[in-house]
Design a protein around this ligand. Structure first.
Ligand SMILES: *[C@@H]1O[C@H](CO)[C@@H](O)[C@H](O)[C@H]1NC(C)=O
Ligand SMILES: *[C@@H]1O[C@H](CO)[C@@H](O)[C@H](O)[C@H]1NC(C)=O
Ligand SMILES: *[C@@H]1O[C@H](CO)[C@@H](O)[C@H](O)[C@H]1NC(C)=O
Length: 239
C-alpha cells in the first residue's frame, strides 16, 4: 500500500511537471498566415512573457523574409487555400495528426471570396466542420478565430464584412467550456490601403496590427490550455 505521504508527493510532482509541459500552438490559415511576418512578431513578444516556451507547430516554415532568424517558423498556413476546400478535403485532419496542438488560431475565408466568390453561408459551414475536426483531435482545443482583414483590391470586402458579422454568433453557438472559441477582430482598424503590401497581404504595419489583435486572444487560449494540464494530471495521479 502506498503511504499517504508518497501519494501526495506524487500528486505534487504530477502537477509541477504538467504545468511546465510545453504548449503547442498551431497558426492555421492561408497565405495571410503563411507568407507574412505577424508570426515572427507574436513569437518575439511571447519571449518576454511566461509563454516563451510555447512551441509553434505546423507542416510549413514559409514566411515573407521577416529577417528574424530566431523565431519558430512552424505554421499551418496554406497560400491560396479556401476554407471550403480544406474542410471538404479533410485536410486539417491530417495536419493535426502530424502536428497535434493545444491551441489554434484560424484566419480563413479570404480565398473563398477572392478566388471563387463562394457564398458566406458555405464558408460558415466549412468553419463548423473545421472546429469539429479540431475537437476530434483534441476535445480541449482552445480556439481563436479571426474576423478577417479587408482586401485593398476588388469589391471583396462586402462579403468579408458579411462573414465577419456572422462569426461572433456562429462562434458563440459552438462555444464549449472545455474548448472555448474566442473571436478576435482583425478587420476593424486595418487599412486596405496602408496596411497591405499588395492589396492582399499585410506589410510591416499590417503585420504589427495583426499581431496586436491576436495577442490577447492567444494569451487567453494559452492560459486555458495550461490550466487544463494541471487539473488533468492531478486527477490522474490522485485516482
Ligand atoms: C516550472 O514552472 C514554475 C513556474 O510556473 C517554475 O517556478 C519552475 O522553476 C519550473 N520548473 C521547471 C523544472 O522548469
Ligand atoms: C466562449 O466562452 C469563453 C469562456 O469560456 C468566453 O470567454 C468567450 O468569449 C466565448 N466565446 C464566444 C464567441 O462567445
Ligand atoms: C504598407 O504598404 C502601403 C502601400 O501598399 C504603404 O502606403 C505603407 O507606407 C506601407 N507601410 C509600411 C509600414 O510598410
Amino acid at each position: 500500500m502506498v503511504s499517504l505521504k508518497v501519494l501526495s508527493l506524487l500528486t505534487l510532482l504530477g502537477i509541477t511537471t504538467a504545468q511546465n509541459a510545453t504548449l503547442r500552438y498551431m497558426p492555421f490559415g492561408d497565405s495571410i498566415t503563411e507568407i507574412t511576418c505577424w508570426r515572427s512578431l507574436l513569437w518575439e513578444k511571447l519571449q518576454t512573457t511566461e509563454w516563451a516556451s510555447v512551441n509553434f507547430v505546423g507542416s510549413g516554415k514559409n514566411e515573407n523574409n521577416c529577417k528574424d532568424t530566431k523565431y519558430d517558423r512552424d505554421n499551418e498556413g496554406h497560400s491560396g487555400f479556401l476554407a471550403i476546400d480544406i474542410a471538404n478535403k479533410n485536410q486539417l485532419d491530417g495536419w493535426l495528426k502530424t502536428n497535434p496542438a493545444d491551441v489554434i488560431t484560424m484566419h480563413l475565408g479570404t480565398n473563398d471570396f477572392v478566388q471563387q466568390n463562394k457564398p458566406v453561408a458555405d464558408v460558415i459551414t466549412a468553419f463548423t466542420k473545421l472546429v469539429g475536426t479540431m475537437r476530434t483531435h483534441n476535445p480541449k482545443m482552445k480556439i481563436v478565430v479571426a474576423q478577417i482583414i479587408p482586401m485593398g483590391i476588388g469589391s471583396y470586402n462586402t462579403k468579408i464584412q458579411q462573414l465577419n458579422a456572422q462569426i461572433p454568433t456562429w462562434a458563440a453557438g459552438l462555444n464549449k467550456t472545455e474548448s472555448p472559441i474566442w473571436v478576435v477582430d482583425q478587420y476593424t482598424g486595418f487599412s486596405g490601403s496602408s496596411d497591405l503590401r499588395d492589396g492582399v497581404h499585410p506589410n510591416a504595419s499590417g503585420d504589427q496590427k495583426m499581431m496586436n489583435v491576436w495577442y490577447p486572444g492567444l494569451l487567453m487560449a494559452l492560459a486555458a490550455a495550461k490550466a487544463d494540464q494541471g487539473t488533468t494530471t492531478a486527477v490522474k495521479f490522485i485516482a
